[in-house]
Design a binder for this molecule. Sequence first.
Ligand code: GLN
Length: 594
Amino acid sequence: MSTQDLLARIGQSGEETEFYTPMPPGYRKGHHKYVVVVGTVMSGLGKGIFSSSLAKLMQDKGLKVAPIKMEGYYNVDSGTLNPFRHGEVFVLDDGMETDMDLGTYERLLDQDLSAANFTTNGQIMTSVLKKEREGSYLGRDVQAIPHVTGEIKLRLRELAVKSDADVVFVEVGGTVGDYETMHYLEACRQLAFEEGEGSVAFVALTYVLEPNALGEQKSKAAQLGIKRLMEVGIMPHLIACRATREVGEKVREKVAMYTNVPLRRVVSMHDMSSIYLIPDALRDGGIDREVLTLLDLHARVDQRNEDRARVRWQRFVDRVGKANRSVTVAVTGKYVTLRDAYASIIKATEHCGLHLGIDVQLRWLDTTEIDEDNVADRLADVQGIIVPGGFGIRGTEGKIECIRHARENKIPYLGLCLGFQMAVIEYARNVCNVPDAHSTEFEPGCPSAVIDILPEQKKIEGLGGNMRLGGKDVELKPGTLAAKLYDNARMVRLRFRHRYEVDPKYIKLLEDHGMIFSGKHPTQPIMQVLELPQSVHPYFVGTQAHPELTSRPLRPQPLFLGFVKAAVECAARQQGGGTPAAALAARKAEPQPV
Ligand code: GLN
């Protein structure tokens, strides 16, 4: 049988065949193209940043792109992963709890993603086992090949159909040779065979070492890493060489020579001062045009779209490293030693800083050591305080002290999820005269539980699947600071990940004492944004949501933007003795937004 005949049989059910390649309805073979990004030599090469930067270049050209991250772990989602080990849990609009890399894609592509853009071994195996129980495999013994690989290919093609993608960007987690991700590579190899020439481009990220003792770049590890890829039947089309310094032509020649990849397709992807410079660096290296050629996509390029997108991006990138003033913001984080746990907060403040021409310095604070006596000292020279999301009692009393300090001393405050709940507890205790106010998360059976578990979820127990997750509508109260920050919008969308909330029976007491719930659930008594009147505090805002997850480089998140602006004004007050003129000067000094 010829290859063509063989391929024609793929997907036909009922017939005895070695293949198992279900095709989703509406799949247009030849229309959907794929770029598969794999890592060799070591982990932590920034595959997600590379892949999203390349995807952005394609998107700028007017092509529809759809990224997918394929994880090698057996968890079904990232919800139960410890951020200390794995980085933050990134929540998508549809409620999927994913790896932090999905945040990188959403930010660079300025595109909301869904569960279809993320898969894990746990998800793949769950589907395979479910199909086995349902008898979908027609009496066959269920095997890694073709059933597990078939399931993976189905995921990729389903994403292509669902997103009507010109190009699906497949990021294979881990490093080539990892036991956990071999079936992903095998599935991609099969995909390339089935889709045919010009449909799948493999990009290998590798690492060029430069040992201090030698003072020169060495390519052997890179060569060996790529050889490992070839051993599983994949010839890369493009190679991106990660390195600390630009990878010179000699070294690239060597890599090209040993891997059968033409020199123009072996590019340097050395460290840059900012990830926002990477798309341009890849374009300068010509990699976008090589991908167009490899996938026969030149005819689909919308040149005008690309020109417009480049101008917009350039204006943003021009601001990198140009800040002429700085503010310091304290972030009270439990995982103070691991910045990845707060990746989106770091990004959200960075977006605002670039937008305003301000260098926002984050100072990490372990609140387990903070108490009433040392809080003023620890927060003496900050112009803003963020209490981020979190779980568990550790450090909560210190956080409450920080919030009290921010409130009483008019230091801008932004409370995120747990930081919103802590602000309610602080206000209840110190302003509303409820000294034993607490959350039942930290004090089960607490007599004054201003924060309590969601009523409709009280019966659900155990880890996973019992949180309020994903994008939800928030109705803003006209005339409030929150409404102003959102240009007087009535309804906005924010992303959530929580179990507890303000107990509605305390709302009146809190409001009577001056707290404003400026964002609520449109129909239920779920409080989603709080603030204090600007007559008593310049910027005291909390949200039950995670606004950091929806901040984008060209569209900084409004609650963060308001907070950073307030921090700049706070700096002016601290320097200028708090005169209104100083605050005005700070406002006037603001550069025009991008
Ligand atoms: N632990 C709190 C809750 O479950 C806050 C969650 C969070 O900050 N993401 O409601």
